[in-house]
Design a protein around this ligand. Sequence first.
Ligand code: FAQ
Length: 215
Amino acid sequence: MNWHLPDADETPAAEVEREAAVWRPLAEAARELVDLCVMSDVEEDEVRAAQADVEAAVARLRKVRRTQTLGQQHLTGGRRRPWGNPVIGLRNPIAPPLHVTSDATGRAETRFHCGAAYEGPPGLVHGGVVSLILDQVLGHSVGAAGRPGMTGTLTIVYRQGTPLGDLRVEAWIDREDGIKTWAKAHMIGPRGVTAEAEGVFILPRAIRERLLDRS
Ligand SMILES: CC(C)(COP(=O)(O)OP(=O)(O)OC[C@H]1O[C@@H](n2cnc3c(N)ncnc32)[C@H](O)[C@@H]1OP(=O)(O)O)[C@@H](O)C(=O)NCCC(=O)NCCSC(=O)Cc1ccccc1
């Protein structure tokens, strides 16, 4: 059973790309700023001068603040513009960001870089970040298979520390039963699998009822 939820964002692709070209460079600069807040070793006067520069940029951006979050405005169900997402969002400096490729069977893969801002134990990615990324790619997998849902239960087994740097995640559908879909994923570092994930994704009752009403 597959569910095809409506694509909520009707904006023409060329306009989406134009807006992306405006916001992406800002987020990229902010990501480097986040990295340098952790990694820069400049003199203290330089730190204070940088603070003033950042405060000036913040004052510009603060002039107009949207009333709805990006997810609320562009409904992530449409998956055209999950730009605020903390894992894949092109406008979100917290996101590495991941670019996930997938096929209609739900097999998904992504290669990405986790820098110093994601450090937990020395030299290793924070376990919560590992879980965050695995949850996102599992969610992508079930969505790609036409079985979108919310994470009901997520189980992570940490096999070895995940080193900061270049990483890969693979995800696939394990099984499905009615409104529930189980997906699995591996986080893979230079020395093999670092963490294994299993999630059960459930189409929430409210959406089930909406789909029933339409049929
Ligand atoms: C939707 C649901 C999980 C279930 O609610 P309802 O639909 O009202 O459930 P209902 O009571 O009708 O039971 C139906 C069946 O399901 C079973 N079952 C129920 N619960 C659980 C469970 N926890 N775990 C396992 N199974 C459970 C229950 O036994 C029953 O089974 P049965 O038919 O008897 O065999 C709800 O509790 C919720 O919204 N939780 C918050 C989710 C949330 O915030 N997640 C994090 C945000 S998502 C994210 O970030 C990832 C992402 C990234 C990117 C893209 C996409 C995703």
